[in-house]
Design a protein around this ligand. Structure first.
Ligand code: WT7
Length: 649
């Protein structure tokens, strides 16, 4: 172990950009100055520079009806044309848009010209199925090229995609289909995961049966070649694609035309359909993808390991990289299949130069040890990014040294499904890097830290993170629920966006993210709601009451820990707690999806409640994290924690 790694508990080092990196950097200090001098002018300039508008906009921001923002409203563009056709027209048709690597080792590369043709064909298929402007299309696919093609085809015809992560259950998929009233579902027979084919189509069949009847067709990509049932509404992707014309004329749509809905967990049981629109969204994701990742599109090979089912997959697998004409890598499977060095093998194979990954993955690689990545040539890497949760300084240093060879920039990027694009991050080549801190709002973004009562925290100190000015890629609302949009994000601090995260400003003015302050958990960078898991547990016939907490976990950041009271009528089962809690863990995985499966389910006789009946999750968290139980004086029954602890230990 090197001296550096021994000293990370009190990591105080700062890393200056190397002169070589700074000399070639895309970003410059000047961006901050320009944004400061004229924030709206800054965004307008970038919108014009980074995108191709069919009709130029004349108004930058309409904030006359907060919190409903309109950016570049009188402009028109086609998002897919911006990601595809224009690169071909500019002579870059032969540049690879992405190298796709299947989990079993099959692979395929698409140039911009080829991808454009595929998207045109798919757009024709969608139109032939009666999908048009404003219609919703659910996408439930593995990480295969058709996922990207589907999203862009939907965008091209002005329809709205709602990508649902392939790990979600049929119930979760059905509720998303219903909320968006999706007309079409695009899925696959199955995809590869951990060396096996996991079926997707049966889940879609189930979801469509359960749902309210909006779905007219299911378009099925053949990938897993697993046996599937077939109904009248089903169509094979490859048959429709082959029959479709490769020509498709794209229409331009207004800058505020909806682009997608993406569901994310909130503080209540019902996921929120976060709505993003076109011009502002594409401007900010293209800007950040270029400047935060120091993108040189002619030479870089960029890899974001996220699934398209999450916002990172939307903004930094699909829209940002393609808008910028980048060459990417897309990988279907898990990091450890067929061997623990799979990621490093892919980096070596494609000479990846920019890697964007989550701290949870980095921590699990750390656990396995450096000898695995050291078997591969990772010298092509010149920039590393992190996203999804705070990256602890120890993991930051390991990432930089073991993966990055010790001298390349690591950028920790803070943002959310709602923010659409990166909001807080260092700019490589410009900012001195500080392990563990997301550091500085990007140029054109204004954030602050407030006390609970709304007073700004002056100088050093902690509080609640807010965004103080509207930004181009901000969510435009919650699908079908404007009231919830206002309540969730804007009621607490008036016209400032409340992010739901705690944050601290240090003596240099750098921002450190401290985790969620609401009942939202972050497990492996995925957002889960305590309420959603609690209602799933309560839906099981055994359960009388349930409380869920996010307990800190060495690898996954947080882990789901549940405390369950069984119904009296089920007391006979209580003789075997192990089987019961195993059954409940499985139940949550089936109801919501495997990512929501609790790490532990404890069967307890009571839950700690205040006199007014509110569950004191803080005390359960103490227990789950193996800490001394905190102050119990406000409990209705102060002895209850002893009873619960004895049960748990
Ligand atoms: C929540 C948003 C952004 C794409 C992936 C997650 C946490 C995200 C960081 C970071 C500390 C982070 C926050 C945020 N988060 N990035 N760099 N440092 N925390 O998107 O599912 O919408 O979750 O993830 O708590 O609120 P999401």
């Amino acid at each position: 172990m090197t001296v550096e790694i021994d000293h990370t508990l009190e990591e105080i080092r700062r890393f200056r950009p190397s002169p070589e990196f700074a000399a070639q950097a895309v970003a410059s200090e000047d961006l901050y100055d320009r944004a400061k001098a004229d924030r709206l002018g800054f965004w307008a300039d970038h919108a014009r520079e980074l995108l191709t508008w069919s009709k130029p906009f004349t108004r930058t921001l309409d904030w006359s009806n907060p919190p409903f923002a309109k950016w570049f409203e009188d402009g028109e563009l086609n998002v897919a044309v911006n990601c595809l056709d224009r690169h071909v027209e500019a002579g870059n048709g032969d540049r690879v848009a992405f190298h796709w690597e299947g989990e079993p080792g099959d692979s395929k590369s698409y140039t911009y010209a080829q991808l454009t043709e595929e998207v045109k064909r798919a757009a024709n298929v969608l139109e032939s199925l009666g999908v048009g402007e404003g219609d919703r299309v659910a996408v439930y696919l593995p990480m295969i090229p058709e996922a990207v093609i589907s999203m862009l085809a939907v965008a091209r015809i002005g329809a709205i995609h709602s990508v649902v992560f392939g790990g979600f259950s049929s119930d979760s998929l059905a509720s998303r289909i219903d909320d968006a009233e999706a007309k079409l579902v695009i899925t696959a027979d199955g995809g590869y995961r951990k060396g096996k084919v996991f079926p997707l189509k049966p889940t879609v069949d189930d979801a469509v049966t359960k749902s309210g009847g909006s779905v007219e067709h299911v378009l099925v990509v053949r990938r897993g070649e697993n046996d599937i049932a077939w109904t009248d509404r089903d169509i094979w992707w490859h048959e429709a694609r082959d029959a479709a014309s490769p020509e498709h004329e794209a229409k331009a749509f207004g800058a505020e035309h909806p682009l997608f809905i993406l569901y994310t967990s909130g503080t209540t049981g019902k996921p929120k359909g976060i709505l993003h629109t076109s011009g502002g969204y594409l401007t900010q994701v293209a800007f950040t993808h270029k400047n935060v990742f120091d993108l040189h599109p002619e030479t870089d090979v960029y890899w974001s390991t996220a699934d398209v089912g999450w916002i990172t997959g939307h903004s930094y697998v699909v829209y940002g990289p393609l808008a910028n004409g980048a060459t990417s890598v897309i990988y279907e499977g898990t990091p450890d299949t067929p061997h623990a060095g799979r990621w490093w093998e892919i980096i070596e194979k494609y000479k990846v130069s920019i890697l964007y990954a989550a701290p949870t993955a980095i921590r699990s690689f750390m656990k396995q040890g450096r000898s695995i990545p050291q078997q591969f040539n990772l010298r092509s890497l010149r920039l590393l990014g992190s996203v999804g949760e705070p990256i602890n300084p120890e993991a930051w240093i390991w990432y930089r040294h073991v993966i990055g060879g010790g001298s390349i920039p690591v950028v920790d990027t803070w943002w959310q499904t709602e923010t659409g694009g990166i909001m807080i991050s260092a700019l490589p080549g410009v900012t001195d890097l500080k392990p563990g801190s997301a550091q500085t709002p990007i140029p054109g973004i204004s954030v602050d830290i407030l006390e609970e009562n709304g007073t700004p925290v002056e100088g050093e100190g902690g509080g609640l993170l807010v965004v103080t000015e509207p930004w181009p890629s901000m969510l435009r609302g919650i699908w079908g629920d404007p009231e919830r949009f206002k309540e969730t994000y804007w009621e607490k601090f008036g016209d400032k966006y409340f992010a739901g995260d705690g944050a601290r400003r240090d003596e240099d003015g750098d921002i450190w993210l401290l985790g969620r302050v609401d009942d939202v958990m972050n497990v492996s960078g995925h957002r889960l709601s305590t309420a959603e898991i609690e209602s799933s547990l309560v839906a099981h016939p055994y359960t009388a009451e349930a409380a869920v907490v996010g307990a800190s976990d060495e690898t996954t950041g947080q882990a789901v820990v549940a405390f369950v009271i069984l119904k009296e009528s089920q007391a006979v089962l209580a003789a075997d707690f192990t089987t019961t809690s195993e059954e409940l863990r499985k139940h949550v995985a089936t109801q919501i999806g495997a990512i929501a499966r609790p790490r532990q389910v404890f069967i307890v006789p009571e839950l700690p409640k205040t006199r007014s009946g509110k569950i004191m999750r803080r005390l359960l968290r103490d227990l789950a994290e193996g800490r001394q139980i905190g102050d119990t004086t406000t409990l209705a029954d102060t002895s209850i924690m002893e009873v619960i602890s004895s049960q748990v230990r």
